[in-house]
Design a protein around this ligand. Sequence first.
Ligand code: FAD
Ligand code: PHB
Length: 397
Amino acid sequence: MQRTQVAIIGGGPSGLLLGQLLARQGIDTIVLEQRSRAYVEARIRAGLLEPGTVELLHTAGVGARLAREGLVHEGFELAFDGRVERIDLKGLTGEAVTVYGQTEVQRDLGEARDTVGRPVIYEAEEVRLSGLDTGHPRVRYRRGGVEEEIECDFIAGCDGYHGVSRQSIPADRIRTYERIYPFGWLGVLADVPPVSHELVYANHARGFALCSMRSAHRSRYYVQCPLDDRVEEWSDARFWDELRARLPEAYAARLVTGPSIEKSIAPLRSFVAEPMRFGSLFLVGDAAHIVPPTGAKGLNLAAADVRVLCDGLVDHYRAGSDLLLDEYSTRALRRVWKATRFSWWFTTVMHKFSDEIFAARLQLAELELLGESRAAAQAVAENYVGLRFRRAEHESR
Ligand code: FAD
Ligand code: PHB
C-alpha cells in the first residue's frame, strides 16, 4: 500500500501542472498515467496560451523556456468576405497571448517532475477509484502485472474526456451537457514559415480555415472538413490546395507549402459535467469539460481549474480551511461556462454549417460589426485573452 496526500489521475498538462504547483507548496502527490511518457509527449494539440496560463506556468517554475521561445502575439486576424480585420488584443485589453505548443508545456512539466523525487507512474493499467464518498478514498491500478493500491486524502481526476474519474461518479450525482458539431478540423503541421506573423482565422464559403504556428519555421494549419473524412483521403497536395482556396488572395499568394510532419482530424464538441466534485474526487480540465478549439480555450481552461483546485488544497493543508475546496466546482464552472459560450460563439460565426444564405449573412454581419464597433471587438478580445482570475474570483464572492 502506498500513501500520498493527493492522488492525481492522468499525466497530461492538468495532472502535471497540479502536481508541480502542489510540490512547490510541500504537498505530496502520486501521478498515474495510463500511457507511456513518449506517447504523452508526442501528442500534438493546443498552441495558444492566455496570459493567466503563462503566469501560472511561471508560478509552477516551468516558465524559463516558455519565456525564451514563446511567441508573444498582440493581435490576431479575421479573414472574411475578401477582407481582413485585425483584433488588436493589446490595444483593447492591454494583454497579449503566447504561442507555445502544448507538446512543449508537457515536456517542460515532465522535466520538472523528474526533479520532484516522485516520478510519474506511466503505463498504469486498470486504474480504479473507490471510497470517494467515505473520506477514505483509494486508487487501485496494475503495473507490469502487479496490483498496486494508493491511500490518499483527495483524488484529482485529470484524466481527460475518456478517463475513468468522471465515470466513477454515480450517474445520479452528475449532469452532463453536450453539443456535437457537424464537422471536424483537419490539422497539418509542417516545417514551413507561417503565412502571417499573427494567427489568421478565415470564414469562407468552402469552410473555415486557421493559420497558426509553433515557431518562425513551423506552421500549424487547419481546415474544416466533413466529420466522416479520413486522414488518408487528404494528401498533402489536396490539403494545401484547400487551404489556399479559403485564404484571402494576398495570403494565398505567399503561402509556403511543404511535406506534412503530422496530419490528424479532430471532431468538435462542447461538453460540460456538473458539479466538478464528488466527495474526495475533483474533476479537472478535459475530464470535466471540452470546448471546440476555435477559441483556443481547452488547455487554458484546464490550467484555470488547476489554479482554483491548488488554492483550495493549499488552504486545506496550510490553514485547515475547506472553504475554497468547497467552492471549487462553483468557481471553476463560472469560467467554464463563459469559455463554453465564447468557443461556441466563435465556432458558430466562423464555420460553414449549411448552404443557408441567411446564416451566412448573419455571420458576415457579426464579423463586420467587429470592425465597426470597438465595444464588440473588445468583448471578443477580452474573452480571447481569457477572463482574468481576479475578476472570476471577485464574481464568486
Ligand atoms: P488530457 O491532455 O486529455 O490528459 C489526460 C491524461 O490522462 C492523458 O495523458 C491520458 O492518457 C490520461 N488518462 C486517461 N485515462 C486514464 C486512466 N484511466 N488512467 C490514467 N491516466 C489516464 N485545445 C486547444 O486549445 N487547441 C487545439 O488545437 C486543441 N487540439 C486538440 C486536439 C485533440 C486531438 C484533443 C484530444 C484535444 C485538443 N485540444 C486543443 C484540447 C487540449 O489539448 C486539452 O484541453 C488539454 O489537453 C486538456 O488537458 P488535460 O490534462 O485536462 O487532459
Ligand atoms: C493551434 O495553434 O493549434 C491553435 C491555435 C488557435 C486555435 C486553435 C488551435 O484557436
